[in-house]
Design a protein around this ligand. Structure first.
Ligand SMILES: C[S@@+](CC[C@H](N)C(=O)[O-])C[C@H]1O[C@@H](n2cnc3c(N)ncnc32)[C@H](O)[C@@H]1O
Length: 282
């Protein structure tokens, strides 16, 4: 098998990303700095090292280099409006614990912080509607994006993408060097951790809402179905799921039904689907 095919196989097995033929240029340009840094002669030597399984750090660095971390604030708008107007409304009222929301491929943090800002706007509009609060668990496979996400510090170019002047004013503090940091009360609601979507979700506990946006597009049909099956198991009814705009549920899972709300779409667990991840019901 040629080096490129061996590399594609390694990448899909490690993180689910399917490259397909014709992405050699992408691979070369993404890996060039790493090859230089590691003193490796080329893809062949890299693949050999990866296949020997001796260096976890190298494997992590390669996956990190190959992930696409494109993201922005309030991406596509309507999922966050739907969250505020429909989903949190349905999950409001007395309950045993907080509403638990998972941002499942959170990249540099714009998605979970947008969720936290939407929750804040909800709380201000209808105080007491979510008496037990909201907990946001944000995960990604890439340690480098998680580092920035945890700090919650953004450059001007990042701040310009999707953030209204009002939200920028309300939810950030100016660091005085051209960067801004997400305000502490917005950050406090979010916990970040490393998680590969191909691995178990049991440690996350029971969830009410999942944002799984703009990541399934990179995976095979088989991995998409498997991930959606396990997301359904992690959700407790009524259980809501947001996918990216170009990621229809189509033939991947029959555990969800589509709920159309004005401009947007959210998926909801079908009766009898999902549940049962651990005995404490969390
Ligand atoms: C294009 S970004 C999407 C970010 C955000 N969800 C959004 O819609 O703006 C895709 C993210 O998925 C992450 N990712 C790719 N494969 C993954 C895997 N197997 N497990 C967890 N995260 C993964 C990447 O590191 C990247 O940050």
């Amino acid at each position: 098998m040629v080096d490129y095919e061996r590399f594609c196989r390694f990448l899909e097995q490690s993180c689910g990303i399917v490259l397909g033929p014709g992405k050699m240029y992408l691979v070369s340009s993404r890996l060039a700095p790493l090859l230089r840094e590691q003193g490796l002669s080329g893809l062949g030597e890299l693949v050999q090292r990866l296949e020997s399984g001796r260096s976890r750090a190298l494997r992590v660095a390669v996956v990190d280099a190959m992930t696409t971390n494109e993201t922005l604030w309030f991406r596509d708008g309507h999922p966050f409006e739907l969250l505020k107007e429909e989903v949190l409304e349905r999950l409001s009222g007395p309950r045993a614990g907080p509403v638990r929301i998972w941002s499942a491929a959170c990249s540099t943090g714009q998605e979970p912080y947008s969720i936290s800002m939407a929750v804040q706007e909800c709380n201000e509009k209808s105080p007491g509607r979510l008496p037990a609060g909201v907990e946001i668990i944000a995960t990604d496979i890439s340690p480098s994006v998680l580092k920035q996400a945890r700090e919650g510090i953004y450059e001007e170019l990042e701040l310009r993408r999707g953030l209204s002047p009002e939200r920028r004013q309300r939810f950030f503090r100016d660091l005085g060097d051209g960067r801004m940091q997400v305000r502490e009360d917005i950050r406090r609601r979010v916990t970040f951790r490393e998680l590969n979507l191909l691995q178990s979700y049991v440690g996350l506990g029971r969830l009410d809402v999942v944002f799984l946006r703009n990541v399934l597009i990179y995976f095979s049909h088989e991995n998409k179905s498997d991930i959606l099956r396990r997301v359904a198991q992690a959700l407790r009814p009524p259980g809501y799921l947001f996918l990216g705009g170009s990621e229809p549920m189509a033939s991947y899972s029959d555990a969800f039904e589509m709920v159309r709300c004005r401009r947007g779409v959210v998926y909801r667990l079908k009766e009898g689907a999902g549940g049962g991840i651990n005995a404490r019901g969390r």
